[in-house]
Design a protein. Sequence first.
Length: 195
Amino acid sequence: MAGILRQTRNAVSMFSLRPQTCGPTASAFPGKVAEACISGEARFFAKQATEVIPAAKTGRPKKPEKEPWRKRVPSAYSRFVKEIFPQAAKETGGKTATAVIPTVVKKWREAPQSHKDKLQRDYERELAKRPKKPPAKGALSAWTLFVRENYSRVASEHPTVAARGMLAEVSKVWKSLSRAEGTVRAKLMKIACHR
């Protein structure tokens, strides 16, 4: 890629633009004349160079998308404000939110209870649709901890065995633990229960 880029830059510089040799109006309109003076071959290489070098992205990087269960569901009051704000802005002629909000608050206080109840039901309905936070993962079992600690060791001892066979080998080691090593097994169980 770098080689192609270097070649296109060299080709473009080889067909450098000399406005003074292109005509009498070259100094008056340097950009236009320079564009007109480029030969077809140089134009081809210039086009290739722009295709090879992508335009730089400007602006701030986008924030990562929030998890759906962390997004707030608008409350009944927020829904009312969203619904009434344009109308209140026209009535007050306020250009800023601070000028309009007092009238919105007044309208909220004067709004019939049935309308407030409807907005509250909408809020609760949307809250029920919202995805729930995923449940916390359960505690790791002693077997899982044992596999985590011993899988790589068994894999190095038996390099030709496939993954399924490797678990069988780890299982044999797990089952062959002696009484003394049984205390290790008990400790692992204790650790697993407290995680």
